[in-house]
Design a protein around this ligand. Structure first.
Ligand SMILES: [Zn+2]
Ligand SMILES: [Zn+2]
Length: 178
């Protein structure tokens, strides 16, 4: 039997112990957690160690604990057009019911309370990835790179090339016309 306990040292793990297990009990909760590894996609994601601002309401309900609120994360990545570094922020909505042990045991996808702890990381991971842009851009009108020489067209909007035919291709033209 494997034990994957929530790590109580993680800022994304909440202790529900103080929350009296009486349905209707509410607790406001704010915390700045440290981002774990691996939240995001190839091009853009949450830099590990960056701050995550959590602003949550935790409510005791009959089956468990309902967590609602927002998480604000930093994003770092690469512009899909010009390949420059980019940095931005993202606020995601979180809502999840964490069930007490023994409830919903037939539902393998249920989020659970373990040893009075709830782990927000899987929830946060899913919410962030869903909200990430498929094509991250440094700015909406990023001009991208010159297809001929790779110059960044944002830095050099007048950039262009003469239509002069490369001498090597000119030679090839002669061959094909024979
Ligand atoms: Zn760009
Ligand atoms: Zn060019």
């Amino acid at each position: 039997m494997t034990h994957r306990h929530p790590d109580h040292r993680s800022g994304l793990v909440l202790d529900t112990h103080e929350l009296v297990r009486r349905a209707g009990e509410l607790k406001q909760f704010t915390r700045i957690a440290e981002a774990p590894e691996g939240i995001g996609l190839d091009m853009i994601g949450v830099p590990p160690g960056s701050p995550i601002d959590l602003d949550l309401t935790i409510e005791a309900v009959v089956e468990g604990v309902l967590v609602t609120g927002t998480a604000e994360v930093r994003l770092g990545g690469q512009c899909a057009r010009c390949l420059e570094e980019l940095a931005s922020e993202l606020e995601v909505d979180l809502q999840e019911l964490f069930v007490y042990p023994g409830k919903d045991d037939d539902d393998p996808d249920a989020s659970r309370i373990e040893d009075d702890l709830i782990d927000l990381e899987p929830l946060l991971r899913d919410a962030v990835v869903l909200d990430l842009p498929f094509t991250p851009l440094c700015r909406p009108d990023c001009a991208g790179l010159c297809p001929e020489c790779g110059a960044n067209l944002n830095h050099d909007p007048e950039h262009g090339h003469d239509d002069a035919i490369d001498p090597r291709w000119a030679g090839l033209n002669q061959w094909t016309q024979e």
